[in-house]
Design a protein around this ligand. Sequence first.
Ligand code: 6R9
Length: 645
Amino acid sequence: MSEVHVYPVPDQVAESAWINREKYESMYRQSVENPDAFWGEQAKQFLTWSKPFTKVQEYDFHKGTASWFEDGELNVSVNCIDRHLATRGDQVAIIWEGDDPTEDKKVTYRQLHTEVCKLANVLKERGVKKGDRVCIYMPMILEAAYAMLACTRIGAVHSIVFGGFSPDALQGRILDSDCQVLITADEGVRGGKSVPLKVNADKALEGCPNVHTCLVVNRTGGPVNWVEGRDIWYGEATAAASAECEPEPMAAEDPLFILYTSGSTGKPKGVLHTTAGYLLQSAMTHKYTFDYKDGDVYWCTADVGWVTGHSYIVYGPLTNGAITLMFEGVPTYPSASRCWEIVDKHQVNIFYTAPTAIRALMGAGDEMVTSTNRESLRLLGTVGEPINPEAWEWYHRVVGESRCPIVDTWWQTETGAHMLTPLPGATDLKPGSATLPFFGVQPVILDAEGHEIEGACEGSLAIKASWPSQIRTVYGDHQRCVDTYFSTYPGYYFTGDGARRDEDGYYWITGRVDDVLNVSGHRMGTAEIESALTLHTQIAEAAVVGAPHDIKGQGIYCYVTPMAGVEGSDELKKELVNLCVQEIGPIAKPDWIQWAPGLPKTRSGKIMRRILRKVAANELDTLGDTSTLADPSVVDQLIDNRLNR
Ligand code: 6R9
C-alpha cells in the first residue's frame, strides 16, 4: 500500500463544529455504555412528541427484531414542517433546481405546509387511510417531496420506485406491497431528455387491478393516455383541496416507508423502516455528519428513489429545519460544470454526492471545476461505494480547494442512516476510509467462523447492537429479513460488506463480501485494485472482478476506462500492471486488462459486477437481467471487446 496521507481536522473547523474530538469520544462512550440514557435524551432533543415515550429500546438479533421508543407517539410531517412554522415559516425549506439551468423555485416552510396538507386531503378523499401503501414513481420535482410528506401526514406508508425503473420493475414493487394508489408525472426531464413516466405507469398498472387511483403531475405537458375514474390531475385535485389537515398521531414503531433494494439473490426486498427511530437517526446524522448550522444551504445530489434521497434530501434536513436543495437533472448537463454552477448560483455550503459522479467529473478535466467560484463550499461528502484515494484527493484539492473536509459516509438502505463516518470537527481524515462509527453504532470485524477479531484486521463487517434507524423487517417476509441479515453470523447484523480496521481503529470498506477475490489463496478487495488502477492519471474508472484461472483459482480481470481522449495501448497496460504491483504487491498483478469505454451501472451508479464477472468468465448465455442498467448497450460493447483468455 502506498503511504496513507492523513488530513487533520482544520483548527477553525474543530472550534466551530458541533462536535469536536473530546465531545465525540465522550458522547460515543455514553452511547454504547448507556444507550437508553443517550438515545432517550437525543430523542427528546431532536424530535417533537405528541405523547412521550417511557421506554427506549428492545431488540433481539436472533429474531431480527428491534423496537425504539415504542410507547411514544409523533407525526413525521409535524416534525418536518409544523413545528418550524413559528420560528421559520418564511424561511426557504426546499430550493428546487430544474434540469434546465434557467428554471428554479424556492418553497418556504409555510408553503410546504400548505402543499402537503392539500395533497394529504386529496389522498384522504380517495380513501387512503393509516397503514395503506402508496407508490411514488416521480422525477426529482417538488411534488415528490410533497407526496412523501403527505403520506406521513395521514399515516400512509410510501414506497418510492426510482423513476428510471422499467414498467415491469414498477409493477413488481406495486404488487409486492399491494399499493392501491400511485403518484406519478406525465414525464420526467433529465439531461435534456424526457422520461416517459406515465407511459411506463400505464404499462405497469395493466397488471395491478388493486390500484384505484393514479395522481399525475403535469411536468412537461406531453401527451398522456387517460383512464377515466382512475387517473386524476394532481394540480386540479390539490387546487380544490383544503389547506388544513390534522396530522395522524403515529406510534413510534408504525411503518413509515418501504424501499426496495436488490441483494445477491432473489427478487428485490422491501426494506421497511418505522417512524421515530428512523427520523431520529437521519436528523441527528444530518446535523452532526454535515455539521449543519442554521441557514446553511445543503445539497445532496441523490434521487429520492434511493435511500440517500429519503434520509438526506427530505427527512433528515427538514426535521432539522434546514434549507435543502433538490436537483432535477444530471451532473454533466448542459456541461460537466453544472454542479459547481449550481453551487455558485445558490451559494451551497455543503455538497454530498457519490464517488461515481466524482470520477466522471474528474475525467472531464480540472478546468470544468476551476472556471467556477465555489467559495461558499465548506464541507464535501460521499456515499454509495468505496471512494478510491485518487478521486478523494481530487475532490479535496480541486473541488474543495483543500479547504473543505470530506465526509465519506458508509451506510445502507437497511441501516437507514449513516453508520461509519467522520465528523468534520472531530475526525482526522484518511482518503478512502469511512473512518469511525457514529454514536451508538458498534461495528465488529468477524472472521470466517464468525468470531470477533480485535485490533488491526480484515474480515466481514457486522454490527453488534441495534441502532434506532435499523431495518425492522422485509415487507411481507420477516423470515427473509432474518435469513439475509441475521443468520450468517447469529447474534449480529451482517452488512454483506468486507472491511479492514487499521491500527487507529479506522474502518476501510473493501467492497461487498461477494466481490472479494481469492487469488492463489490471497484475499483481496476489488476496491483496492481499482484504487491502484485509478491512481494512473490517464485512467477515469476501473472495475475489477475475479475470473476462473487454471492455476491461481481466480485471476484478476480488470475493466478499465481511460480518460477522455486517451487511447488504450499495450504500453498503458504495462504501466497499470506495474502500478498494482507497486501499490499492493505482486499478488495483485492484473491477469487481464480490457479497455471499457463504459461500465455497466445501475441507475443509482453502482457497477453491476455480476455482469462483468459473466463477461470475464465468457458465460454469455447466463448474463441474467440487464434491463435495470442505466445503459444496457454497454454490455454489447463489453462482450465485443472481451479478451481471449
Ligand atoms: C447509502 C447506500 C449500500 C452498499 C453498502 C456498501 C456500499 C455505501 C459506502 C459504501 C464504501 C461508503 N457503500 N456507502 N462502500 N464506502 N462510504 O448507498 O445504500 O444503496 O443500500 O448500498 O453500498 O457496499 O453495503 P445502498
